[in-house]
Every structure is written in C-alpha cells, then in structure tokens.
Design a protein around this ligand. Structure first.
Ligand code: AP5
Length: 216
C-alpha cells in the first residue's frame, strides 16, 4: 500500500506513522526524520536543512524531492510505503504523482489527521523524542518523569523547532502551503479525514478503519 499522512505539526503523524507502518508491514518514510538525521550527522544536507527547520520554514523543494526520490528507490519501498511529512505543498504533490507514474505506480490513499491549533501547541510543548530509536513521547500524556525512553532506554530530547513561537510559525506555514493539499487530494478522490483527538490507540483504530477498504 502507498499511503501519505497529512496534518498540521503536532497532529500525531509521526506517532501514528510508527503504528500504521508496523501494522501494514511497510516502511515509514518521514522527511522530517531524514533531515534531523542529517542535522545530527553534520552532513551538507543537514547544514542546509537546519537553517530552514530552525525557523519553521520548508526546506527548498528541489532538495527535498531529490531526497525522497532516492529514498523511494530503495528496495524496502518497492512494495509500499507510508510517507510522513511529504508532500508538503502542491508542487511536491505533483512531482510525487509524476514520479510514481513514471514507475507505473500511484498513491492508494491520503489520510488527513484533523486536530485544532490549541491542541497542537499543547502536544508540541510536551513532546520528547528518543535519540536512539526515534520513538515519540509526551511528558504529560505518557507521564514521562525521566528523560529515558521506555522502549529502548535511549535519552529523550526536545526538538529545536518546538519552541512556542516557532510552532506558531509552522502552523502558519501549514495553513499557507500544506493545507491546500487537502482539496488537491480530495479532487483526486483519495483523501480520507480522521479525527486525531483522543487517546493514541483510539486514533490508530480510526486510521486503520479508514485504511482497510483501500487495502488490496
Ligand atoms: P516534520 O518532522 O515533518 O514536522 P511536522 O510536520 O511539523 O510534524 P511534527 O513532527 O511536528 O508533528 P507530528 O504530526 O509528527 O506529531 P507527533 O506524532 O510528533 O518536519 C520538520 C521540519 O522539516 C519542517 O518544519 C521543515 O522545515 C522540514 N520538512 C519536513 N518535510 C518537509 C517537506 N516535505 N518539504 C520541506 N520541508 C520539510 O506528536 C506530537 C506530540 O503529541 C508528541 O509528543 C506525541 O506524543 C503527542 N501525541 C500524538 N498523538 C496524541 C494523542 N492522540 N493524544 C495526545 N498526545 C498525542
């Protein structure tokens, strides 16, 4: 299955992607995670991406698209994938459609995670990520009193772009550049909206219920 997750920062895309991808046995491909790995590794791509990410702006399309093309060409993505954070604007969506078409493929489904701005700010202020396995936690909702990952024991860190003013800017960027994807994919008749409020397991259940009719 070829699936895209769309939604504002903090909607729970990364959280849900890890469970959905595991349920479907497909790789989760997060452009944000790939950029962050490059930032940590000090690569040229990471140095470039960091200047945009720290401001909450999108990394230029040509850089992002080349990175996604390389990743989708890898062996583990040949039988399906879950894209988290890509495409992020209509230009990226059009290039993804053409890229897949060249390979004789198409997206099966785009899931929109729906949540309001106040909930997003609350979620991102308490987000912590494991530096070792990438698992996402929340200090309040997961009752995290220490900075250790319960899954692997790795150290948890707070993302640089989770400061409140950067989060507000990321929400504006989302409204201006990414929200138009909702009508773009609705017109392609592959968009399904999922209520992303409530407990994580409940959202996963709703997402899987939405996906099931599209599974071959
Ligand atoms: P990216 O990493 O994609 O960030 P984002 O889209 O802003 O989304 P987030 O990762 O912040 O949120 P999420 O929806 O994954 O929420 P999460 O599951 O963590 O991108 C970062 C940057 O990279 C961009 O700003 C840009 O610069 C660049 N970039 C990436 N892709 C790009 C592209 N295609 N083009 C150009 N630039 C690109 O959940 C958030 C918190 O809420 C967590 O603490 C979690 O535990 C908690 N939570 C989740 N679900 C629930 C729930 N149901 N109830 C309570 N808490 C919950």
């Amino acid at each position: 299955m070829r699936l895209v997750l769309v939604g504002p920062p903090g909607a729970g895309k990364g959280t849900q992607a890890q469970f959905i991808a595991s349920n479907l046995s497909i790789p989760k491909i997060s452009t944000g995670d790939i950029f962050r790995a490059n930032v940590s590794g000090g690569t040229d791509l990471g140095k470039l991406a960091k200047t945009y990410m720290d401001r909450g702006d999108l990394v230029p399309d040509e850089v992002t698209i080349a990175m996604v093309r390389d990743r989708l060409s890898e062996d583990d993505a040949q039988d399906g994938f879950l894209l988290d954070g890509f495409p992020r604007n209509v230009a990226q969506a059009e290039i993804l459609r053409d890229m897949l078409k060249d390979w004789g493929l198409a997206l099966d489904l785009v899931l929109e995670l729906v949540v309001d701005d106040d909930e997003v700010v609350r979620r991102l202020a308490g987000r912590r990520t494991c530096s070792q396995c990438g698992r996402i936690w929340h200090v309040d909702f997961d009752d995290k009193k220490d900075d250790r990952c319960d899954a692997c024991g790795g150290t948890l860190f707070q993302r640089d772009d989770d400061k409140e003013e950067t989060v507000r800017h990321r929400l504006e960027v989302y409204q201006q550049q990414t929200a138009p994807l909702v009508s773009y994919y609705a017109a392609e008749q592959i968009l399904v909206g999922v209520d992303a409020t409530g407990p994580v397991e409940e959202v996963t259940r709703r997402a899987m219920d939405a996906i099931r009719p599209y599974m071959a």
